[in-house]
Write a protein of this length. Structure first.
Ligand SMILES: NC(=O)c1ccc[n+]([C@@H]2O[C@H](COP(=O)([O-])OP(=O)(O)OC[C@H]3O[C@@H](n4cnc5c(N)ncnc54)[C@H](OP(=O)(O)O)[C@@H]3O)[C@@H](O)[C@H]2O)c1
Length: 262
């Protein structure tokens, strides 16, 4: 299937590792020009170098702190001066700790939204005018299964991801007339470096083997295993493509069936 991505210009936030990195790599391999935006400059440069070797389009790294409005404006200004257009925005970056409801104070609550939702709002605000100008655009928001499985022990994760879905539908309803399609993916239990780190910590703390630590997580998944970031980026790449032309306002679970329902 030709995804029609050749020559499209995409920004992927949080592209230095995990799901964002495979999204950037997949879009670049399909012929899109891709801007990698993430916080740490060294990790950003390493990811750019690795992705360039497989890319059909151009790859540009712009280290960006998406909690800072000035930095986000610079990201879009530099993208426009380099490529002159923006077609695809993948809002994936996050740094969300699992904040317990009873441990939340005003500062922690404000920070929690700053580390996912607010960055997505900021990036979307800057992206939309460029897409409107060409009457074509794709915004893909990476939410997370906690949106559908609320827990007080991880309330900041759930609230952020639920808000990502709310924003997705609100934007989709308004932007369809401008040819801009807005969708979300909802991953759960994806083995990224961050996930592996958590598993290592849980093994150290409990003295259990990797299989023992993973068992309670995978037993709730109909496919019986964790997912890979490539399995998420395949869906993101489709939603970012020409082929998803009648899909907007949707939320695609990528979780091995963990959220399956009627
Ligand atoms: N993995 C899962 O199972 C899972 C489950 C549910 C939802 N999700 C969602 O999927 C997305 C990706 O998850 P992941 O596991 O791939 O994450 P990850 O490996 O922790 O990567 C996070 C990315 O976000 C970037 N980032 C963090 N703070 C930033 C900031 N202030 N400004 C710009 N970039 C920033 C990081 O950049 P640096 O290189 O600078 O650190 C990194 O590139 C997140 O939205 C997450 O909530 C993942």
């Amino acid at each position: 299937m030709d995804l029609g991505l050749t020559g499209r210009v995409a920004i992927v936030t949080g592209a230095s590792r995990g799901i964002g990195r495979t999204c950037a790599a997949a879009l670049a391999a399909e012929g899109a020009h891709v801007v990698l935006a993430s916080l740490d400059p060294a990790r950003n440069a390493e990811a750019c170098a690795a992705i360039k070797s497989q890319a059909k389009g151009k790859v540009l790294g712009i280290p960006t702190d998406f909690t800072k409005d000035d930095a986000v404006r610079t990201l879009f200004d530099r993208t426009m001066s380099e490529f002159g257009r923006l077609d695809i925005q993948v809002n994936n970056a996050a740094y969300v700790g699992a904040g317990d409801f009873f441990a939340l104070d005003e500062k922690k609550l404000a920070e929690a939204f700053e580390h996912k939702l607010n960055g997505t709002v900021r990036c979307s605000r800057y992206a939309i005018p460029h897409m409107r100008a060409r009457k074509w655009g794709r915004i893909v928001n990476v939410a997370g299964g906690a949106a559908w499985h609320p827990q007080l022990g991880a309330i900041t994760v759930g609230l952020n991801n639920a808000a990502m879905l709310n924003l997705t539908v609100a934007l989709a309803n308004d932007l369809g007339k401008d040819g801009i399609l807005v969708n979300a993916v909802v991953p759960t239990s994806i083995r990224t470096e961050r996930h592996d780190e958590n598993i290592r910590k849980a093994m150290q703390k409990s003295g259990k083997s990797e299989a023992e630590v993973l068992a309670p997580r995978t037993s709730r998944i109909p496919l019986g295993r964790m997912g890979t970031s490539e399995e998420v980026s395949d869906v993101v790449t489709f939603l970012a493509s020409e082929r998803a032309s009648f899909v907007t306002g949707s939320a695609w679970a990528v979780d091995g069936g963990a959220s399956a329902r009627m």
